[in-house]
Design a protein around this ligand. Structure first.
Ligand code: FAD
Length: 292
């Protein structure tokens, strides 16, 4: 099934409620895929509408762990999966090979990304931006192609306006829905949503929510994506900084509150960054699935 159908009232896949999806990441290249089967089973048991699987930094798509994890989600657990694919690590040939293997594995959805550049790896240059990869996939396959978006502006963008202009190019290239970078301040997401509307971007936008479960992950997230931290969030994290169990529960509670507000504000979908943590996925699902 194409993920775009989940958002389309005319499709039989449309459930008439907010779409609810997860992100998982594959084990490192030299780690056996079986090492995450247990977590996968528990996370899939939460029955999200689809699960997307990240694409790591190492190597071409052809033998990538991403495809193995996405394939198991799709073919063993019967949950729609989407494979992330980056153009900074893949030439046109690599992409063609990946398309072939994804098809063989009954996977119909790709999240097309540029990916982060690394000083250690020479970037591939057949596609410079995610929009170039999107256009190629749309022209050369029948995959449903989604894209990433940034409520608080991509770190490299010259300005928010420039970033939205570039996002419009991605949508015009054929992205059928967007998944947002994580954020902790819903107001930032609402402002972004208004800007996309003004720019004529009308595809569904899922809100990316990352439940914070330890202090280290907050520091990493803020450095990596520049998410702003509302005073309410910082107070909670400071209060429980030395109590890991309490911090995890407070992080889950904060995410649940964020999600309820987003649902009440008519968000198209919630994309939960599970960090492969079944406990977190289960607790959040139990709280919000009845409210979608
Ligand atoms: P793009 O859309 O190409 O944008 C990157 C920058 O270029 C932006 O500043 C944009 O404004 C600018 N730009 C875009 N198009 C143009 C244009 N035509 N002309 C000029 N400038 C342009 N990374 C991974 O390595 N693996 C993953 O699995 C992964 N999954 C992700 C999932 C989500 C939901 C998100 C939000 C991010 C993910 N990332 C992943 C991180 C992402 O790859 C990085 O944020 C990367 O820096 C940008 O990728 P993009 O696809 O958004 O790039």
């Amino acid at each position: 099934m194409k993920i775009r159908e989940l958002f389309d009232p005319k499709s039989t896949a449309y459930a008439g409620r907010t779409v609810y999806s997860f992100e998982m990441f594959p084990p490192k290249r030299d780690t056996p895929i079986e090492s995450i089967y247990g977590k996968m089973e528990e996370i899939c048991a939460c029955k999200p509408d689809f699960i997307s699987v990240t694409y790591g930094a190492g190597g071409s798509g052809a033998d990538n762990q991403t495809i193995k994890v996405a394939s198991r989600i799709q073919n063993t657990y019967g949950i729609e999966s989407a494979a992330h694919l980056t153009c900074v690590r893949n030439s046109r040939e690599d992409v063609d090979e990946t398309i072939r293997i994804l098809k063989d594995n009954n996977i119909e959805n790709i999240l097309a990304l540029r990916g982060d550049r690394s000083p250690d790896v020479e970037p591939k240059t057949d596609f410079l931006h995610a929009s170039d990869l999107t256009a190629y996939l749309v022209a050369n396959s029948d995959f449903d192609v989604a894209g990433a978006c940034y409520p608080e502006t991509h770190m490299e963008a010259a300005s928010p306006v420039e970033d939205i202009r570039n996002l419009k190019k991605k949508v015009d290239a054929g992205a059928t829905h967007l998944i947002s970078q994580l954020f902790f301040d819903n107001e930032a997401f609402y402002r972004f949503r208004e800007s996309t509307e003004l720019a004529g971007i009308s595809v569904p936008i899922e809100a990316g929510i990352m439940p914070v479960t330890n202090v280290k992950s907050i520091e990493r997230m803020v450095t990596m994506c520049g998410a702003s931290l509302p005073a309410k969030f910082t107070r909670i994290m400071t209060k429980y900084a030395d109590k890991p169990d309490s911090l995890r529960e407070a992080g889950i509670a904060y995410a649940i509150e964020q999600i309820i507000d987003l649902i009440a504000s008519g968000v198209d979908g919630i994309h939960l960054y599970t960090m492969n943590n079944p406990y977190v996925a289960r607790k959040i699902s139990d709280a919000i699935v009845p409210l979608l």
